[in-house]
Write a protein that binds this ligand. Structure first.
Ligand SMILES: Nc1ncnc2c1ncn2[C@@H]1O[C@H](COP(=O)(O)OP(=O)(O)OP(=O)(O)O)[C@@H](O)[C@H]1O
Ligand SMILES: [Mg+2]
Length: 249
């Protein structure tokens, strides 16, 4: 992969701003599915900052609350208590704000779902999905929408596929890599990746983490990645979610 080429995927503003995600006293409680009066605590007063100068990894046992945490930062799962800030956005209040503010936030962030087929349009082609995501992004100045060479762009992700292929025909790992390609084409300043390498072989895992690291560096982007794979966290910042608390390792 060419570093020079990847660094051309950049944003034109906020070069000097700190892109810090700040979590204050965050608590999440779910009602018990069969007894709504019984409360199940998932997060209990989490305080944490995630910066842009390294990739931030979050590990934790299955069911510990990683996806729930990501979905709260995404602004689609209301907090039970506490605050979440990214730049000037008060994300804990997002769900009570008017739609235009939520849409503005979502246009500036990227989200890789743990189950990527949920967020791509399976009946649309690879090219149509990329184009859709590109239009959802806030910054359209740097990338020329008409002249964007999708085939060349996808090679960064080790994808050499016919652009007219419907996404439903791709393998699990190809869908996962395409999902990240779609997310980065939006040029987000905050990237939330929920197990983005879970279906990939070792070589593709390393490539995806390198892409995210180079993107982060070139764009001053804040990146939070959940994983069960400790190997990919090496040389990066690692946090553990356990018993409702997040601790830096
Ligand atoms: N909407 C919901 N209502 C009630 N309980 C929920 C809801 N969403 C998640 N949970 C529960 O919260 C806990 C944390 O789930 P979550 O998906 O965040 O875990 P996770 O750490 O991402 O696990 P995995 O590693 O398996 O993906 C689980 O016990 C799950 O059943
Ligand atoms: Mg999960």
């Amino acid at each position: 992969m060419s570093e020079a080429k990847l660094s051309t995927i950049t944003m034109d503003e906020d070069k000097n701003n700190d892109n810090i995600l700040v979590i204050k006293d965050l608590t999440k409680i779910f009602p018990h599915p069969s007894d709504p009066h019984t409360k199940i605590p998932i997060l209990s007063g989490v305080n944490q900052k995630f910066t842009f100068n390294q990739l931030n990894f979050l590990m934790g046992a299955s069911g510990s609350g990683k996806s729930t945490f990501i979905r709260m930062i995404l602004g689609v799962s209301p907090v039970s208590a506490g605050e979440i800030y990214f730049k000037h956005y008060s994300i804990h209040k997002l769900y009570i704000m008017k739609y235009s503010i939520r849409a503005d936030y979502w246009s500036r962030i990227g989200y890789v779902n743990q189950f990527p087929a949920k967020t791509l349009c399976l009946d649309l082609s690879i090219k149509e999905n990329l184009s859709l995501y590109q239009h959802l992004g806030k910054k359209k100045g740097i990338l020329n929408l008409e002249k964007m060479d999708y085939a060349k762009y996808l090679k960064f992700f080790n994808l050499s596929l016919d652009l007219n292929t419907p996404v439903r025909k791709l393998s699990g790992g190809e869908i996962q890599r395409l999902n990240l390609a779609c997310v980065l084409i939006k040029l987000p300043k905050l990237i939330l990746c929920d197990e983005p390498t879970s279906q990939l072989d070792d070589e593709n895992k390393i490539n995806i983490i390198n892409i995210l690291d180079k993107y982060r560096e070139s764009n001053n982007a804040c990146v939070l990645i959940t994983t069960h794979n400790e190997e990919i966290t090496r040389n990066h910042k690692l946090f553990i979610l356990k018993n409702g608390k997040i601790q830096e390792i």
